[in-house]
Design a protein around this ligand. Structure first.
Ligand code: SAH
Length: 376
């Protein structure tokens, strides 16, 4: 599907016929040629999101079954079996639909009215393709209000125990589908967690913004001597500790519920040093107006992270908002290095795992930045 699938209100001219909010409509160019079909919402700034560029393609239950089947075939082809983001919205030509697969369990988000209307078809398709043990909706997301929808969560299948355990890279992790952050677990870092394999051997590691301790436990698995993980959320830290127990790494991995900004600042003051510092903060901004605030946040934690890294040690750092593009992120890290009087040597520079496909015609599908540098 070439071109961007979103059409804004101010880009639209005349309309013919009537459409209810969420209905499928056809889009034509000013010259009268067919552009595509998609769903419509007059209450949203994004007035139409295209689902198909083919005039003869009918948008019905079977359409969703086909798209979801294709997405699953693609995931298997590129090597994801047990856990994956099965549907990554625009990246799978299903705008505003997110489906995470945690083995036999599925978590869904329908973030636009036009997609919400097909929720039944989507659930039936999952039932048919996977015969899942459970399907849950995590539509407790604020963007839904921009589409005039309520925030809700709950079962879309027979109720089941929403505390599950998944396997990743030979480790086990508790996932709380009902109350965890976002869909419960950050699958987008699953490949990046493997990228720390060689730099953590025998290392003393600090991980700030650790959520349920996934990077920390990978560090332990790859031979770290000690790991300290920090998160501001008590429940995240409690789960991180349970994850350490589950994998028999409670001796190596310790977790503390603290504000990482304060902790990093104090540790620099105290002259602490680590072999490896890992930072995976939240988005810091949700709007274009606040990008500078996000950059300031990234600069601060990375500057402190570098100061806490022993000469020759490693900084592992990430940014998860598409509002800060890769070049802006790298420049922020370079600025921090300058202020810290440290030289950086790049080890690894990558993006989200490839079960979150990047479409070159939809730049926002690339959102994660993941960098490992040696701090000289
Ligand atoms: N690396 C994790 C994901 C981290 S998400 C993983 O791969 O699973 C960002 C985390 O930062 C969230 O768990 C959030 O609770 C935490 N957080 C947000 N602000 C914080 C702060 N000021 N100090 C410490 N943790 C914070």
């Amino acid at each position: 599907m070439a071109g961007h699938p979103w059409v804004f209100g101010n880009e639209l001219g005349d309309s013919e016929g009537t459409a209810e909010p969420g209905d499928i409509v056809e889009l034509y160019s000013s010259g009268g040629s067919f552009v595509g079909k998609g769903y419509y919402n007059p209450a949203s700034q994004i007035r139409i999101r295209l689902l198909s560029r083919r005039k003869d393609e009918i948008i019905d239950d079977n359409f969703f079954y086909k798209r979801i089947s294709q997405a699953w075939e693609y995931r298997k082809q590129i090597g994801y079996v047990e856990n994956c983001r099965l549907i990554f919205g625009e990246g799978d030509m299903l705008p505003a639909l997110i489906i995470d697969k945690f083995n036999d369990y599925f978590v869904i988000q329908t973030l636009a009215l036009g997609m919400e209307k097909w929720k039944g078809a989507i659930v039936s398709a999952l039932q048919k393709i996977f015969k899942p043990k459970g399907i849950y909706e995590r539509n407790d997301v604020s963007v839904r209000t921009l589409e005039g929808m309520e925030q809700i969560k709950g079962f879309l299948s027979e109720p089941f125990d929403t505390n599950i355990i998944i396997n990743e890279n030979g480790l086990k992790f508790h996932v709380d589908i009902e109350n965890g952050q976002k869909t419960g677990y950050f699958l987008d870092q699953q490949d990046n967690r493997r990228a720390i394999q060689h730099i953590v051997k025998g290392a003393d590691v600090l991980e700030a913004f650790c959520y349920t301790g996934t990077f920390s436990l990978h560090a332990a698995q790859y031979g770290a001597k000690s790991v300290l993980g920090l998160d501001i959320s008590d429940t995240a830290v409690a789960t991180a500790r349970r994850n350490a127990e589950l994998n028999n790494y409670s001796d190596i991995c310790k977790f503390e519920a603290v504000n990482a900004f304060d902790f990093l600042k104090q540790s620099v003051k105290d002259g602490k040093r680590y072999d490896v510092v890992m930072l995976d903060p939240p988005a810091f901004t949700k709007s274009r107006e606040n990008i500078q605030k996000a950059v300031t946040g990234y600069k601060e934690i990375n500057l402190r992270g570098m100061k806490l890294t022993k000469p020759g040690g490693f900084l592992v750092t990430a940014s998860c908002t598409n509002l800060v593009p890769p070049d802006m992120f790298l420049k922020t890290i370079a600025d921090a290095a300058k202020d810290a009087h440290r030289t950086l040597r790049q080890v690894c520079w990558q993006t989200q795992s490839s079960d979150h496909p990047i479409l070159w015609n939809v730049p926002t599908t690339q959102y994660l930045k993941f960098l490992i540098v040696q701090v000289l």
